[in-house]
Design a protein around this ligand. Structure first.
Ligand code: ADP
Length: 296
């Protein structure tokens, strides 16, 4: 679970026999990170002294009302944006600070809400793209690994020669996650990847993602405004405050893995959902009241 700065826990993921598996994802330490946007002097404080500790191989969901800074934090982690103050460490090494702007890198890969597959490339070519571009693998190695990952992620090797537009949106999203995993990132950053999906497709995607998580043992930071999704998927659900965003509540999700949909009616799950909902609604109310005041 997310812990006070400096502490780490052993990953809780187990294999199908219940044996603990070593995480291959990185530990992330976000320390008092603030972000001020200043478009033409408007000064929007998006994040204020936000601190989160993520253990290697942990699945963390960030939840909060719209505009609370979730994407800002994810973009900073990805290296798409700079921070105004604070520091971010990966496996104990300084990754980003004011004096050390972070660049995007294959150790932190983002999967966005809106698909980003190359439509002119086949599924296989899309999946092989990252390591080939970085010259991290030969074409032969990349193809072997891509086929293996596609096959293990729900038999997607059968669509290896298809083009993205020939696939359902759920399949496209799975291919994107596989493409991200090809880079063997320390951290997989998922920005509301299932937002546009209907409930049934979302439920299917959750099972696929959980299987990919079990298989890859990467650290995952998952952004969502869907509390049920956050609790069902994560080891730790972090409820953020309204802007300026910081941690309001940290909920350790002690539901066993593998997660199954029946768990959503368990007392533990419902209790966590209630706690998360209280936090989010309180913050949404504050945001609403502030909006009213600003308009008055
Ligand atoms: P969330 O992902 O939780 O919906 P965001 O991180 O997108 O929230 O945004 C947090 C706040 O920062 C919002 O008030 C948003 O309007 C503001 N913001 C985000 N990006 C920019 C930007 N590039 N310039 C100015 N303000 C921004």
């Amino acid at each position: 679970m997310a812990l006070p700065a400096g502490e780490q826990v052993a990953p809780r993921e187990c294999d199908r026999n219940g044996t603990a598996m070593a995480a291959v994802g990185g530990g992330v330490s976000i320390r008092k990170v603030s972000k001020v946007y200043d478009p033409e002097g408007a000064r929007v404080v998006a994040l204020y002294e936000c601190s989160v500790e993520i253990a290697p191989g942990e699945f963390v969901a960030l939840v909060g009302p719209s505009g609370c800074g979730k994407s800002t934090l994810l973009n900073i982690l990805a290296g798409f944006d700079t921070l105004t103050s604070g520091e971010i460490y990966l496996n104990g090494k300084l990754l980003a600070s004011v004096n050390r702007p972070l660049q995007p890198g294959p150790d932190r890969v983002v999967v966005f809400q809106h698909g980003a597959l190359f439509p002119w490339k086949t599924v296989l070519e899309n999946v092989m793209y990252g390591p080939l571009r970085q010259k991290a693998m030969t074409a032969e190695e990349a193809e072997k690994k891509a086929i293996d990952l596609l096959q293990r992620c729900g038999g997607l090797d059968r669509v290896a020669t298809s083009y993205p537009t020939e696939l359902s949106s759920g399949m496209q999203r799975r291919v994107e996650i596989i493409r991200a995993l090809m880079n063997e990132p320390q951290v997989l950053l998922l920005d509301e990847p299932f937002r546009a999906m209907d409930t049934v497709s979302k439920t299917t995607m959750h099972q696929h993602l959980l299987e990919m998580y079990r298989m890859s043992r990467r650290t995952i930071v998952f952004i969502t405004h869907d509390l049920e999704e956050a609790i069902y998927l994560a080891d730790t659900a972090i409820v953020m405050t309204t802007r300026p965003g910081t941690v309001k509540k940290t909920l350790a999700v002690n539901l066993p893995r593998p997660r199954i949909p029946e768990m959503m009616s368990s007392r533990e799950y419902l209790d966590l959902k209630r706690q998360a909902a209280e936090g989010v609604h309180e913050e949404a109310r504050k945001a609403f009241e502030r909006g009213e005041r600003e308009q008055a």
